[in-house]
Design a protein around this ligand. Sequence first.
Ligand SMILES: [Zn+2]
Length: 154
Amino acid sequence: MSFRNRFIRFMQGRNGVDALAKFLNRASLICLIVAIAFTFISIACLRHAATGAATVFRILYYVVYGIGIVLAVLWIFRVFSRNVAKRQAENTRYAYRVQKLRRWIASLKQQWKDRKTYKYFRCPKCKQKMRAPRHKGKIRVTCSKCSDIFITKT
Ligand SMILES: [Zn+2]
């Protein structure tokens, strides 16, 4: 049997590479790169006789390197895990969170683009986000979610 076929057989019934595994892989790589950068900074600090700073960067190196190793272990565990149902549920939760984060970033961008024409504010009662055209003075707002009435400046 060729190596490729043996590998395919080995991966049967295992989770394999999914979106969360890819994220863990990239995150662990970034951690390791940052950790190496901290080592160089630490060495540079020693050269300039800044032993305090060198120690701080040495500690940062261990912390970030440790996180990177944990992420790498989680990544390998995911890819070869046989509990596919549980891994798929985790991946779905991860995808949901990514989607939520993307929506939040998009809404912030929109808010920044509209900042001159719209005033953004939250309902004091239920925290629902709303907007109103600017330069209309004080306005009376009825919350679209909880129907609370309040006054706001535009
Ligand atoms: Zn409300």
